[in-house]
Write a protein that binds this ligand. Structure first.
Ligand code: PMP
Length: 355
């Protein structure tokens, strides 16, 4: 990589894979636990990658006109921040439709990057005209040169992860030699990702299974209240309950995920409490300022490993957990102030499954 980057988009992705040794020790894991730390991307999340890819693909197809096009996107915020960053650089206007539950920090970042933000009712069903998706579609119809790049259906969403996130993880694992002090299979043996659109989990899965290790176990994490997990019986007990964690889970199956459900081998459900306790565990033990869905991913990983002692207890196996964004997105949220910041949490948080 050249030393001087052309603009902030060149600082998207290429995030570090960091050992979560202290967490692994606390939970009695013998396998390697590795975190892919996405808040270190320029816009602060895993979604920078797809925003950049979708804008560049639309430009290539002649769908965007600088100074004229208005990029409109329904998002839980992070895709919006990535788009606003790309569009600030490239000269397109941006309107983001954002459900009310999403943090003030995301709205502030969006506005700081020059985007307009339209809040929508969190409880609106995805296919109602009031939802973030419904409002974005209406704006697209009404605004001249309005265009939705559509992270829920756009092939460049999973493709960005197949071409960048996945290969980065594979390269990091393959190129870190096994030593007597640190044994490694040199393979990605399991990967755990939360799912919103499903772009991250399906794209990474494809990269790993096609080019690296077809036997890698891909685990999807879905919050209680959402319906993305399979089999559907996992969802029935909590279907429709409100949850606070942002960026993962939906009340419909996005096209990106439904196109290739076999990319995910197993699903785990997690609660808000488990997620937010896990955020504190990561922050205080690993010094990593991760966001809420990173806590979901870690608590989902620990729950899954509890049932998979064959993996948890095998030295040298590499279990990767994707940590999608950072805590600076959530510092005004009640859960952060009450639980992750001040919570009386023992290192072995009682709500997180012990292996
Ligand atoms: N975590 C956070 C914080 C997110 O913003 C998103 C994207 N909505 C995800 C996880 C899930 O990513 P994906 O849409 O690729 O499934």
């Amino acid at each position: 990589m050249p030393q001087i980057l052309n603009n902030a988009l060149d600082a998207v992705g290429n995030t570090p894979l960091i050992r979560l040794d202290k967490v692994a020790k606390l939970y009695g894991l013998k396998c390697n636990l590795l975190g892919k730390v996405e808040f270190m991307s320029a816009g602060g999340s895993v979604k920078d990658r797809i925003a950049k890819a979708m804008v560049e693909a639309a430009e290539k197809d002649g769908k965007l006109i600088p100074g004229k096009s208005v990029v409109i996107e329904p998002t839980s915020g992070n895709t919006g921040i990535g788009l606003a960053m790309a569009c600030a650089i490239k000269g397109y206007s941006v309107i983001i439709t954002l459900p009310n539950k999403m943090s003030l920090e995301k709205e502030a970042a969006l506005r700081a990057l020059g985007a307009e933000v339209v809040r929508t009712p969190t409880e609106a069903a995805w296919d109602s005209p009031e939802s973030h998706i419904g409002v974005a579609r209406k704006l697209e119809r009404e605004i001249p040169h309005g265009i939705i790049l559509d992270q829920y259906g756009n092939v460049n969403n999973p493709l960005a992860h197949e071409l960048t996130t996945g290969p980065e993880i594979i390269d990091a694992v393959k190129s870190t030699p096994s030593t007597s002090a640190r044994v490694s299979s040199l393979k990605v043996d399991a990967i755990v990702c939360g799912a919103g659109t499903g772009g991250t989990v399906t794209g990474i899965s494809r990269a790993i299974k096609k080019t690296h290790n077809k036997d890698c176990i891909v685990v999807g994490v879905d919050p209680e209240g959402s319906i993305l997990a399979l089999p559907d019986s996992l969802n029935t007990k909590t279907d429709g309950i409100a949850y606070v964690v942002e960026g993962i889970g939906y009340d419909f199956i996005p096209e990106v995920l439904s196109r290739d459900p076999a990319c995910v081998d197993e699903w785990v459900k997690t609660s808000d409490k488990e997620a937010f306790d896990a955020v504190q565990v990561i922050m205080r033990n690993e010094g990593l300022l991760v966001g809420g869905s990173s806590g979901s991913a870690l608590s989902g990983t620990l729950k899954w490993l509890k049932a998979r002692k064959d993996i948890a207890e095998t030295e040298g196996l590499n279990v990767v957990v994707l940590l999608p964004d950072g805590i600076r997105n959530y510092m005004s949220k009640e859960w952060f102030l009450n639980q992750a910041l001040h919570g009386e949490l023992s290192p072995l948080a009682s709500t997180i499954a012990k292996v």
